[in-house]
Ligand binder design. Structure first.
Ligand code: ADP
Ligand code: MG
Length: 239
């Protein structure tokens, strides 16, 4: 409606495809677990950033998204909040060993994965939410052991994840959310085939893709991964 339109214009949010919920102006207006709201507050986040205002409510209702917003605009939290919320709700009441991974985040480098997992831990503190980091440089045995003990979220680089999947049997059938962070990099030559190999092992997850810039070729590849993808861009067009 008109109100949503003018709010988006003010926040420089543009949306294409699907019927996308209106941006939210506060974290409390999304129905999030109380503990997650407390963790957001403890992180010092008073208000959502524009990308969070639009992407969080859309992701929470299961939409697949291709999001572009400049570096430093808070993209990480915009996919972690829906993931923590979803996992905490599903895993509530389950024994640790019953917990199959429900979400997976792929990122191009070990360092980025470490940062994202660190933020995930902060947001998931005190909730039934555990994470596993799957990157090169650490022993595979420890990584698989952690997953087998029950985790909600796997954060990893495609190469190491494939190595792990080849060597061990990991149940991926419950993974309902797949994030491709730095998607412009993840769907370019080099990474694309690895990402698709992992994607094919999943059962049609909701796909959330984020980057600072999204070339047309990446948008085309992204559209092939989920039907009804919503494209969200933050900031002035053609910047
Ligand atoms: P991007 O992935 O878009 O480059 P990040 O997700 O790494 O950006 O976030 C950049 C910085 O902004 C981080 O230090 C993060 O803690 C901070 N941040 C994220 N969301 C908020 C918020 N709602 N309020 C204040 N700071 C935030
Ligand atoms: Mg980022």
């Amino acid at each position: 409606n008109d109100q949503t339109e003018s709010l988006r214009r003010k926040l420089e949010i543009s949306v294409r495809g699907g019927s996308v919920p209106a941006p939210v102006l506060s974290f409390t207006s999304c129905s999030l677990p109380q503990k997650l709201l407390q963790n957001i507050e403890a992180a010092g986040y008073e208000m959502p950033t524009p990308v969070q205002m639009q992407a969080i409510p859309a992701a929470l209702i299961g939409q697949s998204l291709l999001v572009s917003a400049e570096t430093g605009s808070g993209k990480t939290c915009s996919f972690l909040v829906p993931i923590v919320s979803y996992c905490a709700k599903i895993h509530c009441g389950q024994l640790p060993t019953e917990k199959k991974p429900l979400a997976m985040i792929l990122s191009p480098t070990r360092e980025l994965c470490i940062q994202v997992e660190g933020q995930a831990k902060l947001l998931g503190k005190g909730l039934p939410f555990k994470t596993a980091l799957v990157v090169g440089g650490d022993a595979m045995a420890g990584q698989i052991h952690r997953i087998q003990q029950g985790v909600s979220l796997i954060v990893g680089t495609p190469g190491r994840l494939i190595d792990l999947l080849i060597k061990y049997d990991i149940e991926l059938d419950a993974i309902s959310i797949l994030v491709l962070d730095e998607v412009d990099c993840m769907l370019q030559r080099g990474f694309h085939e690895q990402v698709m190999q992992i994607f094919r092992a999943l059962s049609q997850p909701q796909v959330l893709m984020y980057s600072a810039t999204i070339p047309k070729v990446v948008e085309k590849l992204a559209s092939s991964m989920a039907k009804d993808i919503t494209v969200v861009s933050i900031g002035k067009p053609n910047k």
